[in-house]
Design a protein around this ligand. Structure first.
Ligand code: ADP
Ligand code: MG
Length: 676
């Protein structure tokens, strides 16, 4: 028997009853038990209290100073309170719902506790207690998911026993080349370290190894799928006109950034190949994705097919249509716009020209998905801000062509995207560079009582002929009275800025038409200041806007703040983003600081995750993301990419994948992953 089919009761200490309990956790074999990873660790490194932040997790060792006092409240709830002398500081320790500890804790005894530190009350709400003599001395203790009938303590014991007896039989499954290339721990050793790390470095190494393993195996499946997919559903090769493309690119008033060039190459490569392109383009706000889309569309058109660009809002569709018309009218391309605003004869004409192949490029909203929209020869579908559309909507448009190439664009370097991409059998292109000459947006953090200075700053920009956004989180007064609402703020600013600019108002309660109208007026410069809730977030390009004011900024997430900030800094002038915020927590304050320190979306999302701390280190579950035991697709993005490349190389060499293999792989994966 191998570990794979050796029943878990072979492990020392596991009897028939416990075996049944373990089965409930899906643990049937010794292998299952060994590969039940901790979802977090109790970190028992002693923390110096004078350095600990309010509400931080701390571990202290001290001498019990008083007889613990036990209090009962409500049904079965209890609180045990004692004083602990830690160095020279007397700290109050609360232990909830462990009344039995009263008998175990005695004055003058040395104990160690971990828990949340209240700096102001000098107290710790402890979640962990250790009595020196009878407990193990590990600094990092693994915490496993357990179920009724299994105590954490026992789970630790079973796993330790299993490691002792069977640990060495764990076989390596990764290619030796990968271990060597990345300096990964051998599997058996890594397993030991993961369950019983002696220090942080062991934990890190073990984790790195299993993250790679997990991603590699997953990618092996995905890449195999992707290969089979391509070979099964072939696409149409589009031999585009290189000459024409070059002359278009040369005619632009600026040169492409290195990143733009790279992703264009990647896209063109797909386009020429006889498989269906299925690619995601990730790029920070303002990185110039529209131009890349335009190049892709134009080159596809030169090979004789039609192209469509789907955008989530009318205003965005109009902007894109204007831009493309500007760029391509003189190249003999017919560019059309279709939104729900286009009706009657105009709509009929557009549909006709689309159907008989006269229109080369069409840009539009959901209106493009309507049943009566059909193409002569749709060869490329691009979706801007793809997360705004459902899987079905995207599919409907795609099915209007014959295996058209597909390109998605997104400005959110965050999980949801990764879910459908890095994992999926989708290719990813990344623009990690802004066009030259952009001045980084100057981000400032202000308090409410600095309002006058902020207003003065905004006036300065307005007097230069620039425009400003003012964003606030809620539209009407909520229960919490301190939330400034858009309506009120609009009134206030209209009065304060009556000499400088016209102030517009936009919020979610307005009708689509009114919203578009206001947005258009702002884009045209009729409105100088736009007070808005976050409806403004999506992709609008008003290069003349140089001032972004975000009210109650602590109420937004980091990535949302970043998206909002990306509305300015789109021209060559210096832009400003002022965050008015009075965050109450350390983390909230840190988030504001991060905003002032970096304007790089990728860096920001990484620091955001760091901030959320080791609690999220393991087992971060995002909806729609296949869940991994150890790997965090966002945090461990680099490993994911490496694993993906390695898996790709292997799959390209292998010839043994059959249709059956394809089908069985397909069944093991969530739908969402491959329908794009
Ligand atoms: P996003 O990636 O957020 O969609 P856009 O495509 O709207 O960004 O581009 C933002 C602005 O940058 C536009 O005004 C666009 O014309 C300009 N732009 C794009 N590429 C370049 C470039 N290589 N050099 C200078 N400006 C560029
Ligand atoms: Mg865009």
């Amino acid at each position: 028997m191998t570990l794979n089919n050796l029943p878990v009761r072979y492990v020392k200490g596991v009897g028939p009853k416990m075996e049944a309990n373990l089965m409930e956790l899906g643990i049937a074999t010794v292998r299952d038990l060994l590969f039940t990873f901790p979802f977090r660790y109790e970190d028992h490194t002693i923390t110096p209290l004078e350095e600990a932040a309010h509400e931080a997790r701390v571990t202290v060792e001290g001498v019990v100073h008083s007889e613990p006092a036990l209090q009962y409240y409500r049904a079965k709830k209890s609180k045990l309170t004692l004083h602990l002398l830690v160095g020279r500081v007397l700290v109050k320790v609360h232990l909830f719902n462990q009344p039995f500890l009263k008998k175990k804790i005695e004055p003058n005894q040395t104990i160690m506790v971990s828990g949340k530190w209240d700096r102001y009350r000098q107290s710790i709400t402890a979640s962990y207690i250790r009595f020196e003599q009878n407990d193990s001395p590990e600094t990092f203790e693994p915490v496993y998911h357990v179920t009724k009938g299994i105590k954490l303590h026992d789970m630790r014991k079973y796993i330790a026993n299993a490691l002792e007896t069977y640990g060495e039989q764990v076989e390596e499954i990764l290619p030796a080349a990968a271990l060597k290339k990345y300096g990964l721990l051998p599997r058996a050793k890594a397993l030991n370290y993961l369950h019983q790390p002696a220090n942080e470095s062991e934990l890190k190494q073990a984790r790195r190894r299993f993250v790679y393993e997990e991603f590699f195996l997953f990618q092996l499946k995905m890449q195999a799928l992707r290969k089979l997919h391509r070979e099964a559903a072939e696409g149409v090769a589009k031999p585009y006109d290189k000459q024409k493309l070059r002359s278009f690119v040369d005619s632009l008033p600026f040169t492409l950034t290195t990143a733009q060039k790279r992703v264009v190459r990647e896209i063109l490569h797909d386009m020429e190949a006889p498989y269906r392109m299925n690619r995601l383009l990730q790029g920070d706000v303002g990185s110039g994705k529209t131009l890349v889309a335009a190049i892709a569309m134009y080159s596809a058109c030169t090979s004789g097919v039609q192209t469509a660009l789907l955008a989530p809002t009318e205003i965005l569709s109009e902007q894109h249509a204007d831009t493309l018309q500007d760029w391509f009218a003189s190249y003999g391309m017919e560019v059309a716009l279709l939104t729900s605003r286009v009706k009657g004869v105009r709509r009929r004409t557009i549909l006709e020209r689309l159907q008989n192949g006269e229109t080369d490029m069409i840009i539009g909203t959901h209106a493009l998905i309507q049943e009566d929209v059909s193409f002569a020869n749709l060869g490329l579908v691009i979706t801007d801000e793809q997360h705004r559309f459902g899987v079905n909507q995207r599919r409907v448009l795609r099915e209007k062509g014959y295996t058209p190439d597909v390109l998605f664009m997104t400005a959110t370097p965050i999980p949801r995207t990764l879910a459908i991409t890095a994992f999926g059998e989708m290719d990813t292109s990344i623009i990690d560079e802004l066009p030259k000459g952009r001045k980084p947006i100057d981000t400032l953090w202000a308090k409410k009582d600095e309002w006058d200075q902020v207003l003065e700053h905004m006036k300065q920009e307005l007097r230069k002929g620039r425009q400003a956004y003012v964003i606030c989180p809620l539209i009407e007064e909520s229960e919490t009275l301190d939330v400034q609402n858009a309506v009120e703020l609009h009134g206030l600013l209209a009065e304060a800025l009556r000499k400088e600019a016209k102030v517009g108002l936009m919020h979610g309660r307005l009708h689509g038409d009114e919203k578009d109208e206001t947005m258009r007026a702002f884009a045209d410069g009729e409105i100088g200041v736009l007070v808005s809730t976050t409806v403004v977030e999506v992709g609008v390009n008003v290069p003349n806007a140089t001032f972004m004011l975000i009210y109650d900024a602590e109420r937004f997430g980091l990535s949302q703040l970043h998206q909002l900030r990306g509305r300015v800094g789109r021209g060559s002038d210096q832009s400003y983003c002022v965050l008015i915020a009075e965050p109450k927590t350390e983390i909230g304050q840190e988030r504001m600081r991060i905003m002032t320190e970096t304007t790089n979306g990728f860096e920001l999302s990484e620091r955001d995750l760091e901030l959320r701390g080791p609690g999220d280190f393991f087992g971060k579950k995002q909806s729609g993301v296949p869940s991994f035991q150890v790997g965090d697709p966002v945090h461990d993005y680099r490993i994911l990419e490496a694993a993906r490349k390695d898996a790709q190389a292997i799959v390209q060499e292998e010839r043994f994948w059959t249709d059956d293999a394809f089908e069985s792989l397909r069944k093991t994966l969530p739908e969402e992953v491959f329908f794009d």
